[in-house]
Design a protein around this ligand. Structure first.
Ligand SMILES: [Zn+2]
Length: 186
């Protein structure tokens, strides 16, 4: 039995989490409806059978600006959305996973580098967007830069050479702008 309906981007096995359209209750399979439960709060999906409130939460993304030889690592995406644009290593935090561990895991999966997190650069969220992006500054401890499954290219960029017009997401731009402003002080 299908408990809910999903509309997803599917490309190379990856998933975008932006187009959920849940119709059915995950507890009992009853039909969900969108209700205004409290003033000044978003509408909530509520099961018409068992009254389960289906809260739709943000998706957490952990990223790392990885420093190496005075440069930083950027990856050219080979998946939608923003295929062909540059991002720092990162990805979705699994439920129950420590956020820092997710940044380490995603970096190793995406570009073959083991890293040490130096500090938190910032947390980036935008109205109406599902993702909350947490960005760390990190340094390489071992491994060598390689191109992962979801990547066309992996390169080291000097700060002055960051391809600002070809960055994938608003959070990529904002984080790299913050990083380039803070320079050596972090
Ligand atoms: Zn229900």
């Amino acid at each position: 039995m299908a408990f809910f309906t999903l509309t997803l981007w599917v490309d190379h096995g990856s998933r975008m989490h932006t187009n959920y359209q849940f119709e059915f209750c995950p507890m009992c399979g009853g039909k969900c409806k969108s209700l205004n439960l409290k003033e000044h709060e978003p509408t909530r999906l509520v099961c018409s059978e068992c009254d389960f409130i289906f809260y739709l939460d943000p998706k957490l993304v952990a990223c790392a600006i990885v420093e190496s030889e005075g440069k930083i690592v950027l990856l050219k995406r080979d998946i939608e959305p923003q295929k062909g644009k540059w991002v720092m290593p990162g990805g979705y935090v699994d439920r129950g996973e420590v956020v820092e561990a997710a940044a380490l895991r995603e970096t190793e999966e995406e570009c073959g580098l083991q890293i040490r997190l130096k500090n938190l650069l910032g947390v980036y969220s935008y109205p109406g967007q599902l993702e909350v992006v947490i960005v760390y500054v990190a340094e390489v401890t071992s491994g060598s830069l390689m191109v992962g499954d979801e990547t066309q290219a992996a390169r080291l960029f000097e700060i002055e050479g960051i391809p600002w017009e070809e960055l994938a997401f608003e959070s990529t731009q904002d984080a790299l702008r913050d990083y380039s402003k803070r320079g050596e002080n972090i």
